[in-house]
Design a protein around this ligand. Structure first.
Ligand code: PMP
Length: 411
């Protein structure tokens, strides 16, 4: 629908004499002209060092970097202050920062960390490492199959989040099955026992309300590149309570208020968490990406992707030899949103992706950085199809035809 805003589609057609059917937005999103232009315009006209120079380019570059931070704060919710918004290199770094910080100041051998077994590796391995270092327990909320639909076992979650639980960290929307998890319930459980609640919004920030701090969460994380912005930039939004608790993650320039040969004092948030030269051009790209999202309306972006998802889902269910791994949302309804995983009973997932690519259809195949989840489903790899605002009904019909005809390759 908004395809013309994204130059890659026209360029791909010219280069390959075929339209691109891009069905991998859950991995990374394409970039609209507005983002590409904002970044190159800034590098052509206003680039300078942030927070370090008295010269005018440096002053305006610093202003633009801080304006991007304010824009992110507004994007999350009106009550978020810009000092609660920390720029990192991505969701992965945001989660590592949290896990390392909690490990340093909070976790003891008596504690428990709770995550789900359906998490992306970046919301699992940092917590496993924190548990190892602090010799505390890490417990997993299971994914269960209830009436043919996979979902997190919330009864088990209620038991696991108990008085010794210090951190609960879960994804808002799953990157493999596309389910929306019961974040409000996880926040409620965490609050009851005084645990910090972290929400991984990597898959939801572009299309959903992610102001979980309003409900009592302590951290929200996401990556700019899944929001039509650039790679190399992530966001970590901290509750005011956590700002005073978490130590810095990295040490170096910019994050200090004083340094002597005997040590250093940290500046306040957000600079305390942003050692080194910051991702300035990327922050300007994210600012433009948020402007683009809000000019179209998050709800409209979601509706568009979900409608394509629905039509893909009903077509897929009619194809023989395909096993769909359906998930249920927090409400108990089946996921009919924009991320779906399946396997072909005769063609391996990697071959499916390679064959579809020969028709210029881009899908993801593999373990989707979620090995424990893939093992739980009893498979070694899945094909994932995901939709973005640039996807069109022809993408759905082409991918369905491609899947229908896969068996012909075997003949
Ligand atoms: N969490 C989820 C749910 C994701 O989908 C991803 C990216 N696929 C990540 C975390 C990690 O994001 P990044 O690679 O941008 O750091």
């Amino acid at each position: 629908m908004w395809r013309n805003d994204f130059p890659i589609f026209e360029n791909y057609t010219q280069q390959h004499s075929s339209p691109l059917r891009y069905l991998d937005s859950a991995a990374t999103s394409m970039k609209p002209n507005a983002v590409i232009k904002a970044m190159s315009h800034f590098m052509e006209t206003g680039y300078g060092s942030v927070h370090r120079g008295a010269y005018r380019l440096s002053v305006t570059a610093s202003e633009k970097y801080e304006q991007a931070r304010q824009r992110v704060a507004q994007f999350i919710g009106p009550e978020i202050d810009s000092n609660q918004v920390i720029f990192t290199r991505g969701t992965t770094e945001s989660l590592n920062l949290l896990a390392a910080g909690f490990c340093e100041v909070l976790l003891t051998p008596e504690c428990r960390i709770v995550v789900s077994e359906a998490e992306h590796h970046s919301n699992m391995i940092p917590w496993q490492q924190a548990a190892k270092k602090s010799e505390c327990e890490i417990a997993y909320v299971s994914l269960v199959n209830e009436n043919e639909g996979w979902q997190l076992n919330m009864e088990q979650a209620e038991r696991l989040v108990s008085s010794n639980t210090k951190v609960v960290s879960v994804a808002h929307v799953g990157n493999v099955l596309g389910q929306t998890n019961s974040i409000a319930k996880f926040i409620e459980l965490s609050k009851k026992v005084g645990a910090f609640c972290v929400v991984d919004c990597a898959q939801s920030a572009a299309t959903h309300d992610i102001n979980f701090l309003k409900l009592g969460a302590d951290a929200v994380v996401f990556s700019a590149h899944k929001l039509f912005g650039p790679t190399g930039l992530g966001v970590l939004v901290l509750s005011k309570k956590l700002l005073n608790i978490l130590p810095p993650y990295q040490y170096g320039g910019s994050m200090v208020s004083s340094v002597t040969l005997n040590g250093a004092e940290w500046s306040e948030s957000p600079t305390k968490y942003e050692a080194g030269t910051p991702p300035l051009v990327e922050a300007i790209g994210l600012h433009a990406a948020i402007d683009w999202i809000e000019s179209k309306g998050k709800e409209n972006l979601k509706t568009h992707a979900n409608e394509l998802g629905k039509s893909f889902l009903s077509g897929l269910k009619e194809i023989k030899n395909v096993t769909l791994y359906e998930a249920k949302n927090e409400t108990g309804s089946f996921n009919t949103q924009s991320i779906f995983s399946f396997r072909h009973n005769q063609v391996h997932a990697h071959d499916v992706a390679t064959i579809l690519d020969s028709h210029h259809i881009a899908v993801r195949a593999g373990h989707h950085c979620a090995w424990p989840l893939i093992q739980k489903l009893g498979v070694d790899a899945l094909v994932r199809v995901s939709f973005g605002p640039y996807c069109a009904p022809e993408d759905v019909s082409d991918v369905l035809n491609g899947i229908k005809n896969l068996h012909k390759v075997l003949l």
